[in-house]
Each structure stands twice: as C-alpha cells, then as structure tokens.
Design a protein. Sequence first.
Length: 197
Amino acid sequence: MLAALTGFGLSAAAGLNAFIPLLVVGLIARYSDLVRLPAEAGWLTDGRVLAGLAVLLAAEVVLDKVPVVDSVNDAVQTFVRPAAGGAVFAATDAAGKVDSSAFMRDHAWIGWGLGIAVALIVHAAKASVRPVANAGTMGAGAPVLSTVEDVASLVMSVLAVLAPVIGLVAAVLTGYAGFRLYRRRRRRRAATRSAPT
C-alpha cells in the first residue's frame, strides 16, 4: 500500500515537472537505502543518467518561466511528463520502501498505466491553467507559477518517498488549488467579456 501511495505522489509530481521526481528517486536510491529499485529500474541510479536529468531539469526550469515559451514547452511535455510518471510509479511500486506484492511485481504495466494517467491529469490541469494565468497577468505570472510548480513537485516527490500518505495529501491539495485557480481565472475572463463597454 505504501509503495502505491509513493507511486501516486511521484507521478503527480511528474505531472508538474517530469525531471524532479526522477532525480529525487534516482538520488535517494543511489545514496541511501530508503528506496530499493528493481533491477529493471537500476538505470535511474546511474551517474550519467542523473547528470542528464539534471541538465534537462535546468532547461525545463528556464523555459517554463518565459511566457509563450512555457506553453510550447507544455505541448512538448505532454509526452514527457506522463512517461516520467509511469516510470517512477512502476519503479517504486515494484520495490519502494516496502516489498510490494508478487502481483504488482508480475504486472508492472499496471504501475506504468496508473503513473501515466495520474501524470497526464496533473499535466493537463497545469497546461490549461498556464495560458489563462499568462493572459490575466500579461505574462508576469509565468515565472511565479512555474516556481510554485517546481517547489510543489520537489516537496511532493520528497514526501512521496519519506512520508507517502502526506505526499498523497499534498498532491491532492496541489491539484485542488490548481483547479480553483483555473476556475477563478475563467470566471474573471467571462465577467470581463460580458461587462458592458
């Protein structure tokens, strides 16, 4: 159960930033015993892979803070974030801090599918909120929202590994906050359009 909660938290974090949860899991698995990855996910602890993920994370952090470029980046990340979510869910569900069931080890595709779905849902919410926020703030909101998303992804990733129940709660609260922000922005735009001129 804890491994599944870890997977849900990490895949939700991947929906915000694909590379943060991969790096968190890879670094923790490489330098501690908190996460024991199965052999097929051992690539996450390779130094070259971690260095490559760090470079991709740096590019993502910069690109996601530039208005308009962030929307193009989100379009590209539509494929990357769900894949990352599937990878971290499957890797941690197959091992994690506790031994998972033989069923989950034998049916890793379930973890992949769940991780892809969770990351895709979070990514879709993020990608739909960002253009509305950019339009409402004339682009000034992009760096602020991007920073909040990066911090949320990092906190959710660490909590998913160290305290899975809290990590899941943080993921749900982050999703709820994003949904509320999106609805508020849409109502303001609708009110602006319907206001008499």
